[in-house]
Design a protein around this ligand. Sequence first.
Ligand code: NI
Ligand code: MN
Length: 220
Amino acid sequence: MQITYLGHSCVLLAGTKRVLIDPFIEGGSVLGLDPDIVAVTHGHSDHMGEAVALNRKTVAITEIGRYLKSKGVPAETMNIGGTHVVDGVSFSMTPAQHSSSIEEAPPGVPGGNPAGFVIRMDGVTVYHAGDTGLFSDMKLIGDLYHPDIAFLPIGGRFTMGPNEAMIAASFIGAKIVIPIHYNTWDRIAADPVAFKKAIERTTDLRVRILAPGESYETGS
Ligand code: NI
Ligand code: MN
């Protein structure tokens, strides 16, 4: 599987299928990425992004899925704790400690709860935490799904910062950790190199820092 980090929280998994998580690029567009399946962690605009314009099969929590369907998007609804297989790709929805409203929708349209995903494709298991604070049930995510790769926010203020994400990484136990949701804007500034050094000094986990647009081949 090839993993491409598009910046912020946006990740493309390319294998048997092309799966695009949180289709938002600051100052850019995801419309050329041609995903088969889109996954949306929560309703904030820096995660919903261009989900409506993409108009692909979109995995999301019930409330966001209902909104997407109202816009003509073929949503695949699910909820936290459940697993749903779409075209051979398995999505397990995990909790996230955050908030969620569909920022592009009129006031009063419910956004449901924020979420993360464990996605399994071609024998590789990837955890994308979405926007979240640290919570100890991340241990369960590790015990249940044994992710190979974990995408964790480190930007602070709206999510975990590097100190919390270090503990999250140890709870989850994925051998490869890829930091996300930082340095998109000044208000989520973080130093991924310091984060990498701190984890690698104290654990056998490894941090791959990907610049926006950079890819990582699993097994490499
Ligand atoms: Ni958010
Ligand atoms: Mn966000």
